[in-house]
Ligand binder design. Structure first.
Ligand code: F6R
Length: 245
């Protein structure tokens, strides 16, 4: 099997992955206290956020000057909905550290919002670009909500979620009918503009996705494959995800 040599692959336990990414962010924040972080939601980064909160509590790091940009948000959930990504970020990270809330950005389709999607990429650019981007991956290869078929040149846009994503995410809702069918998402080009990218791939249900990511094929059928064209990507995978390699 041919593996891409551009992306670094680290196979570690989940705990080690969380600590390694926390350490990278901690050293970035020491070097550059006003760093721009690109953040993801979902199960994959939860442990990293826990480690960041712990590091903040022992005053190892400060988020006082940090600006953050999240990858995506559902469309159609009422404000404060427990499955909204704003709620997720507040509860898993922002409420527990000293980040300034007005410097945390989640894309929105509300024209009156400062994070209106058409301005989102400019806002990122004006802030100086994302220094460190955390990603998860969907079983169909999506990154953010860039589903198969998304243009590699895409910027922040509105997406129709694929059936497989709605099914995957229904575990967070009472039933599948409650899962929104649309979202606003940073595009693949927006993500590729980040200076450094880490992608967390854990669990048996991601084994096929990791195998496909490691093949040299770059195709819009598998959006994450675009990461092969970035020269500062590390894949953090656990043994379960690596079981098909
Ligand atoms: C979330 C996001 C998605 C998730 C992906 C994996 O902000 O952008 O691409 O990273 O759906 O989700 P989990 O981590 O729940 O398996």
């Amino acid at each position: 099997m041919l593996y891409n040599i551009n992306m670094e692959l680290k196979i570690l336990s989940k705990n080690e992955i969380n600590l390694a990414i926390k350490d990278e962010i901690a050293s970035l924040l020491r070097r550059k206290p006003n760093a721009i972080l690109g953040l993801a939601t979902g199960s994959s980064p939860v442990g990293v956020y826990e480690e960041l909160v712990k590091a903040y509590q022992v005053r190892d790091i400060s988020f006082n000057e940090v600006t953050s940009f999240n990858l995506d948000e559902y469309i159609g959930l009422e404000k404060g909905h427990p499955q909204s990504y704003r709620y997720f970020m507040d509860n898993n990270l922002f409420n527990h550290v000293n980040i300034i809330k007005s410097k945390t950005h989640i894309p929105s389709i509300d024209k009156n919002s400062e994070d209106y999607f058409e301005k989102y990429d400019n806002r990122i650019k004006d802030a100086g670009g994302i220094d460190f981007q955390i990603l998860g991956i969907g079983s169909n290869g999506h990154i953010a909500f860039n589903e198969p078929g998304t243009d590699f040149n895409s910027l922040t846009h509105i997406v129709d979620l694929k059936e497989s994503t709605i099914k995957d995410n229904s575990r967070f809702f009472n039933n599948i009918n409650e899962v929104p069918t649309k979202a606003v998402s940073m595009g693949l080009k927006s993500i590729m503009n980040a200076k450094r990218i880490v992608i967390i791939i854990t669990g048996k249900n991601k084994a096929n996705a990791l195998k496909r990511l490691m093949s040299k094929e770059i195709t819009t059928d598998f959006p994450a494959s675009i990461l092969n064209r970035h020269n500062k990507v590390t894949i953090y995978a656990d043994q379960d995800a690596a079981s098909l390699l």
